[in-house]
Ligand binder design. Sequence first.
Ligand SMILES: [Zn+2]
Length: 70
Amino acid sequence: MKCWHCEEEPRASCAFCGRFVCKDHAATMSTFITMFVGANNTPKGLAVANVIWCGECEPQPEPISMPELY
Ligand SMILES: [Zn+2]
């Protein structure tokens, strides 16, 4: 495998899409591991900061509708 951007040796893979990236092209982003309803019916999210992001894919901020599946 090679870096998606420059074809150098990769150091990590994107947490969102799986593309491999070298250290120079690795970026970071925050993400949620899971979300759940906590005490008092309050939605809560378990987040992780600084996960590897390739800079190419576009994690969406909200769920997208997929009506064609039904
Ligand atoms: Zn990616």
